[in-house]
Design a protein around this ligand. Structure first.
Ligand code: SF4
Length: 165
């Protein structure tokens, strides 16, 4: 992540363009969530060993600029209330059981979404003795959102493409 930041800087659109893009994506996301999930798509997030930057971007989706809740997406404390499990970071050995138990607690159809390159294949941590690798070593992954870390707009865009498919 630090290498990426030094190489490309922090790239984002000017505020007005960003807001217009988020509004357009969000409008479509809300339409899809209203149709498929009765207006509410709930996510339980589990960090299995990330550096914290993926969480920072995920949290940003709920800030006043993005405000993803108004489009029908919310983050919940209990997996029993969740439609999807969202995982960040490589799977570290001490988080394996927690990840499996959280997944088992999800009711009904269980979607697994991974965010960030570490969740795909271990990323920067893949050679660590304490890492099992990507989340797909443990669970079937339905959607991967790439990046190190992905921006809030990227997260929203991938979520929309997945739910609309
Ligand atoms: S993908 Fe990048 S930002 Fe996300 S946890 Fe891994 S190192 Fe951190």
């Amino acid at each position: 992540m630090i290498k990426n930041r030094l190489r490309q800087g922090i790239v984002d659109l000017p505020r007005q363009e960003l807001t217009a893009e988020v509004e357009a994506l969000g409008k479509e996301l809300k339409r899809v969530i209203d149709r498929r999930f009765k207006g509410s798509f709930q996510i339980r997030e589990v960090d299995t060993g990330s550096c914290g930057a993926c969480e920072s971007e995920i949290i940003s989706t709920t800030n006043p600029i993005y405000d993803i809740q108004r489009f029908g997406v919310s983050f919940v404390a209990s997996p029993k209330h969740a439609d999807a499990l969202l995982v960040t970071g490589p799977v570290s050995r001490n988080m394996l059981l927690a990840l499996q138990k959280t997944y088992e607690a999800l009711p009904g159809e269980k979607f697994v979404i991974t965010v960030g390159d570490c969740a795909l294949n271990g990323g920067l941590f893949k050679d660590s003795y304490y890492t099992l690798g990507g989340v797909d070593k443990v669970l079937k992954v339905d959607l991967h959102i790439p990046g190190c870390p992905p921006s809030p707009t990227t997260i929203i865009r991938h979520l929309l493409a997945f739910l609309a498919a």
